[in-house]
Design a protein around this ligand. Structure first.
Ligand code: GLV
Length: 337
C-alpha cells in the first residue's frame, strides 16, 4: 500500500507531526511565513492530505493541482479560507478543530473587554514611558465600569456561549443575537435575552462578535450598525476581521460614535502599516492570538492530525465540516491506511 503523503503548511506544536509521521510521509514548510500560493500549489501536487492554517487560501486552483487530495485539515475552528463547496464537489473531506479553543477564545474576549474598558494597555504605556510622576491621582486613567453592565453577543455558538457564561461573575446582563433563537426555557435557564441585531446594538455597553465569516456576515457591522451603538459602548472582535467594515469603524472611533474597540482580527492580516487604527488611543489591538494558549494550540494540533488520520483510515473524522462529502465520496473510497 502507498504511504499517504501530507503537506503541513507551517511548523505546528506537538503532537501533530508525531501523530502524522506514524502513518504518513510528512513534508513541512519550516519557515515562519506561510507558503506563497505558487508554493502551496507546487507542494500539494502529489499529496493525499493537506494540513493548513487560516493564512492559506485553499481554493479551486489549489485543489486543481492536487489530483489525489483526500482531506484538507485546517488547524483552526474557522474555515472561511477553504472553498468548502468546491472541496465537497470534488469529494475532498474538510475538517477543523472546534471545541478545544472555545475557553481560550472566551477568556481572551473578556481580557480584551476588561482591557479596553479599564484602559490597561494605556496604563502600561503610561508607566513604562516614565509619565507616572505623581503617586496617586483622583482622576488618572479613569475607565468605564464593567460590573452591572450589558454585553451583546452576536453569534451564540460555542464561543459566544462561553463568553456569556463568564458574564455571571461580573454581574453583566447578556443579550444575544443569532440567526437561530434558543427555546425560551433554555434562554431563561441560562439568563440570556434574545434581541434583533439592531436592538442589541442599541442596548449593549459591550458588543462582542462571535459569528463565522460567510457571505452573509461579511461587513455585518458597518456604518449603519455602528451608529446604532451607544456613544459609551465598546466593540470587541475575536471572530474575523471582515465581519466589521474597518473604514466605518475608524470613522466611528475618530468621531466618537462609540467609546472604543478591542480587536484581535483584521480585514488584512498582518495589519497594514498605514492602518489608522494604529494611531487611535481608544483601541486595543492584538495579532490574532485569542486561541493562543499552550493548552489550546497543542490540542488543536492533535485534532488537526487526528482528523487526517481518521479520514485516511476510512473513519469519520472527529470534526468534519462538510458532512455532504460522505455521499459524494464514501469513506471506503478515501481509505489508504
Ligand atoms: C482562529 O481564528 C481560528 O479560526 O481557529
Amino acid at each position: 500500500m502507498v504511504k499517504p503523503r501530507v503537506y503541513v503548511t507551517r511548523m505546528l506544536p506537538s503532537p501533530a507531526l508525531e501523530i502524522l509521521k506514524e502513518y504518513c510521509e510528512v513534508e513541512v514548510n519550516l519557515r515562519q511565513e506561510p507558503p506563497s500560493k505558487r508554493e502551496l500549489i507546487d507542494r500539494v501536487k502529489d499529496k493525499h492530505a493537506l494540513l493548513c492554517l487560516l493564512t492559506d487560501s485553499v481554493d479551486s486552483e489549489v485543489m486543481n493541482a492536487a489530483s489525489d487530495l483526500r482531506v484538507i485539515s485546517t488547524y483552526s475552528v474557522g474555515y472561511d479560507h477553504v472553498d468548502v463547496e468546491e472541496a465537497t464537489r470534488r469529494g475532498i473531506y474538510v475538517t477543523n478543530t472546534p471545541g478545544v479553543l472555545t475557553d481560550a477564545v472566551a477568556d481572551f474576549t473578556w481580557a480584551l473587554l476588561l482591557g479596553v474598558a479599564r484602559r490597561i494597555v494605556e496604563a502600561d504605556r503610561y508607566v513604562r514611558s516614565g509619565e507616572w510622576k505623581v503617586a496617586w491621582s483622583p482622576t488618572l486613567l479613569m475607565g468605564c465600569s464593567v460590573y452591572g453592565k450589558t454585553i451583546g453577543i452576536v453569534g451564540l455558538g460555542r464561543i459566544g456561549m462561553a463568553v456569556a457564561e463568564r458574564a455571571r461573575g461580573f454581574n453583566v446582563r447578556v443579550l444575544y443575537y443569532d440567526v437561530r433563537r434558543l427555546p425560551l426555557e433554555v434562554e431563561q435557564r441560562l439568563n440570556l435575552e434574545y434581541r434583533s441585531l439592531e436592538e442589541l446594538l442599541q442596548e449593549s455597553d459591550f458588543v462582542s462578535l462571535h459569528v463565522p465569516l460567510t457571505k452573509e456576515t461579511y461587513h455585518l457591522i458597518g456604518e449603519e450598525e455602528l451608529r446604532l451603538m451607544k456613544k459609551t459602548a465598546f466593540l470587541i472582535n475575536t471572530s474575523r476581521g471582515a465581519i466589521v467594515d474597518t473604514r466605518a469603524l475608524i470613522k466611528a472611533l475618530k468621531e466618537g460614535w462609540i467609546a472604543g474597540a478591542a480587536l484581535d482580527v483584521f480585514e488584512k492580516e498582518p495589519i497594514e502599516e498605514d492602518n489608522l487604527l494604529l494611531k487611535l488611543p481608544n483601541v486595543i489591538l492584538a495579532p490574532h492570538i485569542a486561541s493562543a494558549t499552550v493548552e489550546a494550540r497543542s490540542k488543536m494540533a492533535e485534532i488537526a492530525a487526528l482528523n487526517i488520520i481518521s479520514v485516511l483510515k476510512g473513519e469519520k473524522p472527529p470534526h468534519l465540516v462538510n458532512l455532504d462529502v460522505l455521499n459524494v465520496k464514501p469513506l471506503e473510497e478515501v481509505k489508504m491506511i
